[in-house]
Design a binder for this molecule. Structure first.
Ligand SMILES: Cc1ncc(COP(=O)(O)O)c(C=O)c1O
Length: 374
């Protein structure tokens, strides 16, 4: 819970999170040697909550913890942002009606012009814009929000920018995919989940802040029974002040093992392999006249559908999942039922995905033969 109860737990976590900044070419300010630092949370949802609470405190001159909020704070995220952002806004007492979902472009990325318009309108209405969540790889569509443009608006209007890169962030281990982070140097906080795409057992979310003092000031609480000499020396990190719970697990150990086991080159090899398999699947979908892509495929998530319509696709999904041979999830993109294939499991190979595609096509043919597309 605190440094004194397990110095190794804290020290290894700091060390591994600093390693990851270097491995992924994240901004130096996220390292513990600068003004910021990283901490392992259970999930991206918890990271978003910590970011919102810190942003709320900062925007209210560190008064909201004591006095509560008066409903004037306004937050922003794209219409494709994960539901965890809305959950964080609700839990942090901002009120979900004070979360503005900004429209997206043809590739499902947030439109910065629409964000600026909304911020201006809210300011004119006497409200206080304080937080924006930008996503690198949205859940439904794998869209990449324009971090640079959103970051510049955050600076201009004094908003906290949190970057949610839950699944896709891992791709930055490969230099050729680092363009997904263009503008991340403007972020106040950032998170990605090694438990999604870095071969680490659930749960493990790496959460970084540029200014750790703001996070600690927002979350710190010191009852008598936690007082100790190490904390009072000011020379150690007490991660209890960087998260919601007090007690914590030794999650950095498994992350350390993963990094030691694969090495940077090994991790890159698997990430590249998954992206290449996903791109191959994309070509199969494009080449099949009965199927279509529903969104661009920048990395490892393919959103696609059969052209026969929503009911057909729902039936296709249900039948495929009933086979027990593969499991697909769905979403709605532009209000159309869409299937999602994600390639990211440690041992997934092209042969598995080829088998899945064969199954998808054969089950689709079976449904067609029953007259569904007529
Ligand atoms: C973009 C994004 N953000 C956040 C989450 C939530 O992740 P967690 O389960 O770690 O809270 C997800 C999960 O799918 C996600 O895709």
């Amino acid at each position: 819970m605190i440094w004194a109860t397990s110095p190794a737990c804290t020290e290894l976590e700091t060390h591994v999170l600093d390693w990851l900044v270097e491995m992924m070419a994240l901004p130096e300010k996220f390292k513990s040697t600068g003004t910021g630092g990283g901490v392992i949370q259970d999930s991206a949802s918890s990271a978003a909550l910590c970011a919102v609470i810190t942003a709320r405190e900062k925007a209210t001159n560190y008064r909201s913890n004591a006095r509560g909020c008066n409903g004037e704070l306004v937050a922003y995220a794209s219409a494709q942002a994960h539901s965890s952002i809305e959950k964080a806004i609700k839990i942090a007492g901002i009120g979900s009606q004070n979360l503005r979902l900004i429209p997206v472009d043809s590739e499902f990325a947030m439109q910065p012009e629409a964000l600026e318009k909304q911020i201006t309108r809210d300011r004119e209405d006497g409200l206080l814009p304080f937080f924006v969540a930008a996503t690198v790889g949205t859940t439904s569509s794998n869209a990449m929000d324009p971090l640079k443009e959103i970051g510049e608006l955050s600076r201009k209007y004094n908003l906290w920018m949190h970057v949610d890169a839950a699944m896709s962030g891992t791709a930055a281990i490969c230099p050729e995919f680092r363009h997904i982070h263009r503008g991340v140097e403007l972020a106040d906080s950032y998170c990605f989940n090694p438990h999604k795409w870095m071969f680490t057992n659930f749960d493990c979310d790496c959460f970084y802040v540029a200014d750790r003092s703001a996070l600690i000031r927002a979350l710190s609480i010191l009852p008598e029974y936690l007082r100790n000499k190490a904390t009072e020396s000011g020379a150690v990190i007490d991660y209890r002040d960087w998260q919601i719970p007090l007690g914590r697990r030794f999650r950095s150990l498994k992350l350390w093992f993963v990094i030691r086991h694969y090495g940077i080159e090994g991790l890159r090899h698997h990430i590249r392999e998954h992206v290449s398999i996903a791109q191959e699947f994309t070509r199969w979908v494009e080449a099949d006249e009965k199927f279509e892509l529903a969104a661009p495929v920048p990395l490892n998530l393919i959103c696609f559908r059969h052209k026969a319509g929503d009911a057909f696709n729902q039936e296709l999904l249900d039948r495929l999942n009933r086979t027990g041979e593969l499991y697909l999830t769905h979403t709605r993109l532009r209000d159309r039922f869409t299937l999602r294939m994600s390639v990211g499991q440690t041992n997934t190979t092209l042969a598995h995905v080829q088998k899945a595609w064969d199954k998808i096509r054969s089950v689709a043919s079976e449904i067609e033969s029953e007259g569904w597309d007529k």
